[in-house]
Design a protein around this ligand. Sequence first.
Ligand code: BTX
Length: 324
Amino acid sequence: TTIRQQLIEALSDAEGEFLSGQALAEIIGCSRTAIWKHIEELRKDGFVLEAVRNKGYRIVSTPEEMTENDILYGLETERFGRNIHYYESLGSTQKAAHQLAHDGAPEGTLVIAEEQTSGRGRLGREWHSLSGKGIWMSLIVKPDLPPQKAPQFTLISAVAVARAVEEITGITPEIKWPNDVLIRGKKVVGILTELQAESDKISSLIIGIGMNANHGQEDFPEHVAHTATSLFIEKGEKISRAALIQCFLKYFERYYSIYISDGFKPIRLLWESYAISIGKRIRATTVSGVITGRAIGITDEGVLKIEDDEGIIHHIYSADIQQT
Ligand code: BTX
């Protein structure tokens, strides 16, 4: 390990307490001049370090920490992500966003947490949301549409995520209907769309997005390690979470407005350009049973079409898909 790495480690271990230059030099086994030189280098790289005479140095923030301002600065959208609720730790950003939406938060409100202690997936599954490594966020959308349109928003979001991942990392991910974004067959992003409706109208959609950004392989618990990956694992470089969020919001706003003005078809075409499984044999596990056949596409409603061996076409609204 280099002096730089040891220095970051020592300062992080001190958890915001001051460490003198002398103490740091002793821990690392180098001169005080070397410490001073490396402190300056870290500052250039986006570390915020406080220095106080007779006390020493302490770490205020690292480039991997993200604040509300990091997301707002350089944000290109008009509405999405302009109102941010940022938390160090939350049970679930979905839950917080539901409450905010219910209390009248405007469209585009974004709830984001460094860590979720009970992040959730579909059907009561859990979503592993380690502190500082990923993007755990929920976006409030208030389209003037009937509730049946809600599932289309999972697909709009998936396309915006895929496009943003592509732009930030140069890697083209694949979308697995309805809500997974994969790289090399492993899940890098999960999307959960939830609905608040009054009779025949959507009052709010809460779109939850979990992106594995800077996880190392060892950061995943055993039971997801073989099916999960992160952008860092795939790219070999840490990515700026704030930049990825900004990029996602930019594409989400763009695709949402295309959807509102031109309908779902252009989104469907984009979606199909990222989709795996279309044209392949799949097994769809739904609440009412298992259907096997060839995935032939999605409808303009975002519903998956499977043709079984008798040539009967099934419309699938919700399922887990496996390629066979
Ligand atoms: P899903 O039901 O399609 O996928 C959940 C499954 O994915 C789990 O059962 C587990 O096998 C696997 N899994 C759990 N954690 C991870 C992970 N970090 N990476 C890859 N695979 C994992 C997907 O549901 C929808 C997930 C939405 C998560 C966001 S995060 C922000 C928002 N708040 C919240 O509580 N949920 C959403």
